[in-house]
Design a protein around this ligand. Structure first.
Ligand code: GTP
Ligand code: MG
Length: 170
């Protein structure tokens, strides 16, 4: 049917977890060691094909710094999907991710597809958040969970592809 679906997608998560790096990897296939902290938010778009259908993602990469928190509703309101990112080497960022999930559940659209990304999976020796803890949390909260690395590209296309598949089923 060559259907094309437009979908607003927002990335949320603590400062430095790798939101911009995941988007840069997905949209441009690049990685920057010294990625600058986002100010406000940044917009990107990228299309994913699933069989003969496609999803055109309109991506809002939000700023993790706490002083931008009040802007977040502008970006998650009306979003078809959200990727909540934590850094698996940083337990505080996992706590922050859970708060984002709560905020989305309380104020967002119940149909928003939520994905949890445990990023920096290339830094396994520094891991502080276990996959088991996150899997349990994700199951209990109706999210899907993947460990990703913007640096090595592990699961980066996969997480967007999985979201696209789910959106096309809606
Ligand atoms: P804010 O915009 O401040 O909210 O941060 P952010 O979540 O966009 O993080 P950003 O993409 O700027 O990445 C922060 C730092 O982590 C940068 O130095 C990146 O190079 C690094 N980084 C991001 N993703 C990865 C990853 O998967 N592995 C490793 N090793 N470093 C990463
Ligand atoms: Mg950023």
């Amino acid at each position: 049917s060559n259907k094309i679906k437009n979908a607003k997608l927002v990335l949320l998560g603590d400062v430095g977890t790798g939101k911009s790096s995941l988007v840069l990897r997905f949209v441009k296939g690049q990685f920057i060691e010294f990625q600058e902290s986002t100010i406000g938010a940044a917009f990107f778009s990228q299309t994913v094909s699933v069989n003969d259908e496609s999803v055109k993602f309109e991506i809002w990469d939000t700023a993790g710094q706490e002083r931008y928190h009040s802007l977040a509703p502008m970006y998650y309101r009306g979003a078809a999907a959200a990727i909540i990112v934590y850094d698996m080497t940083n337990p505080a960022s996992f706590s922050r991710a859970k708060k984002w999930v709560q905020e989305l559940q309380a104020q967002g659209n119940p149909n928003t597809i939520m994905a949890l990304a445990g990023n920096k999976a290339d830094m396994l020796e520094a891991r502080k958040v276990t996959a088991e803890a996150t899997k349990t949390y994700a199951q209990e909260n109706g999210l899907f969970f993947m460990e990703t690395s913007a640096k090595t590209a592990l699961n980066v296309n996969d997480i967007f592809y999985e979201i696209a598949k789910r959106l096309l089923l809606q």
